[in-house]
Design a protein around this ligand. Structure first.
Ligand SMILES: *[C@@H]1O[C@H](CO)[C@@H](O)[C@H](O)[C@H]1NC(C)=O
Ligand SMILES: *[C@@H]1O[C@H](CO)[C@@H](O)[C@H](O)[C@H]1NC(C)=O
Ligand SMILES: [Zn+2]
Length: 308
């Protein structure tokens, strides 16, 4: 017996180790497959343009915008340059513009690296970097402001200045005879809006109500992050009787992360029906925060969401 006991212990220990290794590898395989799935590109084919939504980091989106006729392309917020160059190559497009929504690292953090690669490889051609006039945006070659325009091949892009989340935040609006799209960065999210880091409730009001709400209802909204579930939960708390919100919340709840990613793009019309920050005139929204003016409601709503 004395001979066997340690041996049994060793066998048990060996068995446990194998178990632990098994558990660890299952965890690694699981997180690896989640990472793999979440990098899948989703494409929206429109008549004259194509938008490719490329998930990046934890919950960011980068967008490749292609002019169908010329195959010229721009990339919105290329935080992962490797991935951007890979998708551009696979798509057979000529990428020569960066549209920066704002200076935060998870949006503009890839600009310098991408710029360097274009300088190192002249076959890629020159790279123009657009963004709000702000020295915090690396390698900005083309500072833009309200109503400035630029072209991606034959596509006309109009810049919409939306300071508040940051002082130099820009949204990019593209209109063709058939389709409209807007890239809203961290100003407007599906059912939410960005934090007021460098601005006032009045500025977010101007951005969401005066400017973005004025775009056609069928404008597709491509935002900077995947926050659908949490934002819709908040919206449902503010307006429990809003059936459109409830319907979207149920879709978000039933989807895994990848499914929720498929909820972007939204539309301006959908946001006007369901995004409480776009609905600060509504008595139902004002009642939730106990305010009677749209501006006070905007401020109180953001404070409530920050604690949600
Ligand atoms: C635009 O380009 C995409 C990708 O090449 C294509 O799938 C789509 O059909 C094109 N649209 C038209 C109307 O040609
Ligand atoms: C690009 O930006 C980086 C980081 O700010 C800087 O070090 C580099 O000098 C810039 N390059 C040019 C050509 O401006
Ligand atoms: Zn941001």
């Amino acid at each position: 017996m004395c001979f066997w006991e340690p041996c049994t212990l060793v066998i048990i220990f060996d068995y446990l180790q194998t178990e632990i290794i098994c558990v660890i590898s299952v965890v690694i395989v699981n997180s690896w497959s989640i990472r793999r799935r979440s990098t899948a590109v989703q494409t929206t084919d429109m008549t004259r343009m194509t938008v490719k939504k490329i998930p990046a980091l934890k919950d960011n989106f980068m967008y490749l915008v292609v002019c169908n006729e010329t195959k010229n392309a721009a990339i919105v917020d290329p935080v992962e340059p490797d991935r951007v160059l890979q998708v551009a190559k696979e798509s057979g497009v000529s990428l020569n513009k960066v549209l920066t929504t704002h200076h935060h690292w998870d949006h503009a953090g890839g600009n310098a690296d991408l710029f360097k690669r274009y300088q190192a490889d002249t076959s890629l051609g020159p790279l123009q970097i657009y963004g709000g006039n702000d020295e915090r945006i690396d390698n900005l070659t083309n500072p833009v402001g309200q109503d400035d325009t630029l072209e991606i091949g034959n596509l006309k892009v109009r810049c919409i200045s939306t300071p508040c989340h940051t002082t130099s935040h820009i949204c990019y609006y593209i209109e063709t005879p058939e389709d409209k799209v807007v890239f809203t960065g961290d100003t407007l999210f599906l059912a939410g809006c960005g934090r007021f880091f460098e601005g006032t409730p009045q500025q977010m009001y101007d951005a969401l109500i005066t400017k973005l709400s004025a775009l056609p209802d069928d404008t597709k909204v491509y935002c900077g992050h995947e926050y659908a579930l949490n934002n819709l939960r908040f919206g449902n708390t503010v307006e429990p009787d809003n059936v459109d919100t409830l319907q979207l919340l149920n879709i978000a709840k039933e989807s895994d992360l990848e499914g929720r990613r498929a909820m972007v793009p939204s539309t301006i019309g959908q946001e006007k029906r369901t995004n409480v920050f776009m609905r600060v005139h509504e008595p139902s929204v004002q009642k939730f925060v106990g305010k009677s003016t749209p501006l006070e409601t905007m401020q109180a709503l953001r404070a409530a969401k920050d604690k949600f």
